[in-house]
Design a binder for this molecule. Sequence first.
Ligand code: HEC
Ligand code: HEC
Length: 235
Amino acid sequence: MRGYYFIIIFSAFAVACNYSVSKNEKGNNISGGLDAKKPITWTTVQASALDTCVRCHSGANSPALSSKDLVIEHYDDVLNEVISKSMPPKSKGYVPLSACQIAILKKWQELKFPETSTVTIGSLPECVSSSPVDVVPISALPATYANLEAQILKPYCLHCHNPDSSDFEASAILLSPYDVLIAKKNLLKDGANSKLVKILKATDDDRMPPPEEGAGLTDEEIDFVIRWLEAGMPR
Ligand code: HEC
Ligand code: HEC
């Protein structure tokens, strides 16, 4: 057991070091807040190209796109709809997918729909911003719940913490929408010393997202969470 913890702590360190190096390199900036270091996996596809789709395609509208197998089954339709900009529906206020999001979706198919991979988002030319000007770093984003949801909760948490999650324990701990989250006073009180921030910074298997999901939040992302807590959790 002790050896096991050692490996986790050690690899968390290795990951953390990797991150701080990469974040200082300009070329790793990705428009839309995606992290260049993230591998092209189902989790990444879900959090980038397909993040809006499940709001409507979890049963209410056909096809259901709420699991990896369903997305694979309907892959051609999904790709056609996003390339033609028919989905997500502009009539409902959604913006079409970016070239980077579409490239992630295509690469995922090319790699045969992996759960893990060594190909990163940053290796896709569509995803590396040619001009640093159109990249808004998370440190410059207003500390609102909308940004917390888009930058942190969706990419890292909500695929487990949602009422339909196949992870039974996680499905009972809901972190969205806004009113549900801010009611969790024990989790959120005390800003930088809150239980939430401790969980995000943990180096053992209490860390969220759980270590088997890969890297956790970057320092900048944790700073954003602290900023939001200390601002009084604005909507
Ligand atoms: C606001 C709700 C909403 C969102 C968000 C949404 N869809 Fe849809 N989608 C619909 C509705 C409603 C239909 C069926 C009516 C239609 O074809 O316009 C549909 C139809 C589809 C179809 C079938 C089209 C056909 O002609 O058979 C596909 C495939 C699809 N959506 C994919 C997606 C993908 C991929 C996303 C995310 C990038 C997405 N949708 C986001 C509401 C939504
Ligand atoms: C792979 C699925 C998964 C992901 C991703 C995930 N969680 Fe969890 N989370 C769980 C499970 C399972 C539990 C309950 C068992 C446990 O505490 O380890 C849990 C428990 C929790 C708890 C309760 C901990 C406690 O001690 O009471 C909080 C708070 C939490 N998660 C927040 C988050 C946040 C915030 C994120 C994103 C940054 C996240 N989780 C990402 C699966 C996940």
